[in-house]
Ligand binder design. Structure first.
Ligand code: SF4
Length: 338
């Protein structure tokens, strides 16, 4: 039997107050660069690199990035630059996506261990087995999956275009949506299309609960709520808007309310504060924490970014067969999104 420490055994968890949500008022002005940030920029120049930072990266990394955005947008931003090296500050599948669309460039990831619970929930071997047993299935893969899974998909989607992509699949094809069941369920509800859902989820987004969100709403009455579709249905149902991180920026600009509640990984708030500077942002809490950080995203640090630029590694490498096969459904998504 598991023996808990004495202090924990006698703690009545029902009396522990839920944490108040973290509040981010408008920034007073641009944040000056630190010595380490300046060092990173100098190394970037010497390495002929472009730094891409996902919306969920920490503030000091976003502060030195050439582009901050979602994984697909960043991969294509990299293709527009002349830099010979791409440093992707995000998680492993994102750096792989950058490599898929930029095969001739060196792609670095500050911490090779920065994985993703969602991508891990769908191993390529299991998907290959399901496909072999169900040859008629059309596989729609959310971009949050490994290159090997992308290579098995008919088409890729993002949280921003998932409904449009699903609507393009002929009505007589059965769809298997991988790997996020919450996003898949949301798309199914919006499109009316029944789909098989892979039982994967983002460990960070499912930590948001109706109780914690209702508490944030009570503390900030009248503040509109935006939620990412990776949240559970119960949480999405409490939101005024459900959309991808990219669309959250435009949504925030449109709001009249000076205060907005953001239900996604709290790194997103750094970008929102820079791009929508007149608002106060409230990070939706979980039952245990006043904001919600993805432990994988936060494995990248500014110091690791500096070391990565200085050492030219760790580098992302892909089997060319897998890379080329994964590029096909990615290109199909772009075609279908036009
Ligand atoms: S936030 Fe969720 S989906 Fe994104 S990297 Fe972290 S675990 Fe994966």
């Amino acid at each position: 039997m598991l023996r808990l420490p004495k202090a924990v055994r006698f703690l009545n968890l029902t009396t522990v107050p839920a944490p108040a949500p973290a509040v981010f008022p408008p920034l007073p002005g641009p944040t000056p660069l630190s010595d380490l940030q300046r060092e990173v920029l100098e190394l970037k120049r010497k390495a002929d690199a472009v730094i891409l930072a996902h919306n969920y990266q920490c503030e000091d990394i976003q502060g030195v990035a050439d582009f901050v955005g979602d994984s697909l947008g960043l991969a294509y931003k990299a293709a527009e630059t002349r830099a010979s090296t791409i440093v992707f500050c995000g998680v492993h599948f994102m750096a792989e996506t950058a490599k898929i669309v930029n095969p001739g460039r060196r792609v670095l990831l500050p911490d090779l261990e920065a994985g993703c619970s969602l991508a891990d929930s769908c191993p390529a071997e299991r998907l290959a087995q399901v496909k072999a047993e169900n040859p008629g299935l059309a596989v729609v893969a959310y971009i949050n999956c490994s290159a090997a899974v992308k290579a098995l998909a008919d088409v890729i989607c993002t949280s921003g275009n998932a409904s449009r992509i699903v609507e393009r699949i002929p009505a007589d094809r059965e769809i298997l949506f991988v790997p996020d069941q919450n996003l898949g369920q949301w798309v199914s509800q919006r499109t009316g299309r029944r789909m098989r859902l892979w039982p994967g989820s983002c460990y960070a987004h499912v930590q948001f609960t109706p109780t914690a969100l209702l508490r944030a709403k009570a503390l900030h009455p009248g503040a509109p709520v935006v939620a990412h579709p990776e949240c559970t249905e119960a949480v999405r149902g409490l939101a005024d808007e459900v959309c991808s991180t990219e669309l959250m920026v435009a949504w925030a600009r449109r709001q009249v309310s000076p205060t907005l509640i953001v239900t996604t990984e709290s790194g997103m708030i750094h970008r929102l504060r820079r791009e929508v500077p007149d608002k106060t942002f409230v990070a939706a809490p979980t039952d245990r924490c006043s904001c919600n950080e993805c432990r994988y995203m936060k494995m990248n640090t500014l110091a690791k970014l500096r070391d990565c630029l200085a050492n030219g590694g760790p580098e992302i490498t892909l089997d060319e067969g897998i890379r080329a096969a994964a590029e096909v459904p990615l290109r199909r998504m772009l075609e279908w999104s036009k």
